[in-house]
Ligand binder design. Structure first.
Ligand code: ADP
Ligand code: MG
Length: 264
């Protein structure tokens, strides 16, 4: 049964979508089966996966509203993972969900139908704590938080982790923190290095060892509808996301061994 990881941070532009697409592609290079869910009305993960968001006959919106089964909307991407695509229609779903019963549980119920067919389900969240993000955090086993090592980053991170703790109690008591990921990192930036050191001091093992460097190839890949691994496998960005996938797989293996199961 798939481990469901929500990629969330209420701040925009921190690397959520870049991480969702490239982690999906990196995991898909191994024998694990991966589904990426685009839950952001901007549809960037959909476009970045090479699927035109303006031409979706069926999307995650229909699935959320219970008007289509996930299988009817899921498409296969060139990078070797499956995608449950999304687009601007999600804003309509958001409004309708606000009036729905148990409005936070719709994605969880839908993903239960396909969960057995995957090892990992990654959810790319919008940059807000909207009802869409709430659906992701209710469906997920864990949250992966991408962040930039800037001046206010630690404050923002503490606030986000507090919010997640608060939501947990109400909607998903078993929700874990998968890890905090340093993105767009520039080793020549003294402040970034200081914030990074402070981050590991405060949050210890919660911080992924892998650091995603600022790398222009990562910014270019989406306009070609490709992951960084498809676009430029030798780039520093590609190497970093393959490393992150290795770390996620290792943690999963350790968890499964601790539970007495077998590794994926
Ligand atoms: P979010 O989904 O959190 O809003 P994105 O993943 O869309 O953030 O990233 C914001 C912008 O920064 C995008 O234009 C993306 O291509 C670029 N970007 C993300 N990560 C990197 C990186 N490591 N190096 C260079 N550019 C990056
Ligand atoms: Mg995004």
């Amino acid at each position: 049964m798939a481990r469901i990881i929500a990629i969330a941070n209420q701040k925009g532009g921190v690397g959520k979508t870049t991480t969702a697409v490239n982690l999906a592609a990196a995991l898909a290079r191994t024998p694990v089966r991966v589904l990426l869910v685009d839950l952001d009305p901007q549809g960037n993960a959909t476009m970045g996966s090479g699927i035109d968001k303006r031409e979706l006959a069926t999307s995650v919106t229909d699935v959320l509203l219970g008007e289509a089964a996930p299988d009817a909307a899921i498409v296969r991407c060139e990078d070797g993972y499956d995608l449950l695509p999304g687009n601007i229609d999600l804003t309509a779903a958001e409004i309708r969900l606000l009036d729905a019963r148990e409005r936070e549980g719709h994605l969880k119920r839908a993903l239960q139908q396909v969960r057995d067919g995957y090892d990992f389900i990654l959810i790319d969240c919008p940059p807000s704590l909207s009802v869409l993000t709430l659906n992701a955090l209710t469906a997920a086993d864990s949250v992966l938080v991408p962040m930039q090592c800037e001046y206010y980053a630690l404050e923002g991170l503490s606030a986000l982790l507090d919010t997640i703790e608060g939501l947990k109690g109400r909607f998903n008591p078993a929700l874990e923190i998968e890890g905090v990921l340093r993105t767009m990192f520039d080793v020549r930036n003294n402040l970034a290095n200081a914030v990074s050191a402070e981050l590991t001091r405060h949050f210890g093992d919660l911080v992924f060892r892998t650091i995603i460097p600022r790398n222009v190839r990562l910014a270019e890949a989406p306009s070609h509808g490709q992951s960084i691994i498809g676009y430029d496998k030798a780039s520093r960005g590609s190497v970093a996301y393959l490393g992150l996938a290795g770390e996620v797989l290792r943690r999963q293996r350790e968890r499964m061994q601790a539970q007495g199961g077998t590794a994926a």
